[in-house]
Design a protein around this ligand. Structure first.
Ligand SMILES: [Mn+2]
Length: 148
């Protein structure tokens, strides 16, 4: 039985901070190929995309390698939990319905291997968030409604 639980965050795919964002996406897919072999669950802890703006019938261009890989992994029965970050909060139901991800919009408390975990992206949980220049000051509900 697969017992491991894996965590990854802040890939910021699409960001100009990457010399080659598609190569970063390929690396993330290779990592997913590696961990899927013994994963019970994979946690994507926010800001995987930079940015993700989803409309009712349109999703952002790109990210096809990752979206396909995540779909393949959830199809195989591995649980993939996607936590919104402050760069990819503008989503509706695409990742859930098309890729099989369990989307978390709020922190999640769970027990893993007998230990209690508080799981969240982390923005807004510390004073440092006050200095964040990204849209963490925007109400998430309003941000989501903005693109519907
Ligand atoms: Mn973030």
């Amino acid at each position: 039985m697969n017992k491991r639980v894996y965590f990854v965050s802040d890939a910021h795919l699409g960001s100009k901070m990457h010399v080659d964002s598609v190569e970063t996406e390929r690396k993330l897919c290779r990592w997913l190929d590696f961990v899927k072999e013994d994963a019970q669950a994979i946690y994507l802890l926010g800001d995987i995309f930079d940015y993700w703006f989803e409309y009712k019938t349109v999703v952002p261009r790109g990210f096809t390698r990752l979206l396909g890989k995540l779909s393949e992994i959830t199809d195989s029965g591995v649980v993939v939990r996607f936590f919104i970050g402050n760069h990819d909060i503008w989503l509706t139901d695409y990742l859930q319905n098309e890729c099989g991800l369990i989307v978390h919009r709020k922190p999640f408390v769970t027990e893993l291997s007998g230990k209690k975990f508080f799981i969240a992206h982390g923005d807004g949980l510390a004073d440092a968030a006050l200095f964040c220049r990204y849209p963490s000051t925007m109400d998430r509900g309003a941000g989501t409604r903005m693109v519907e």
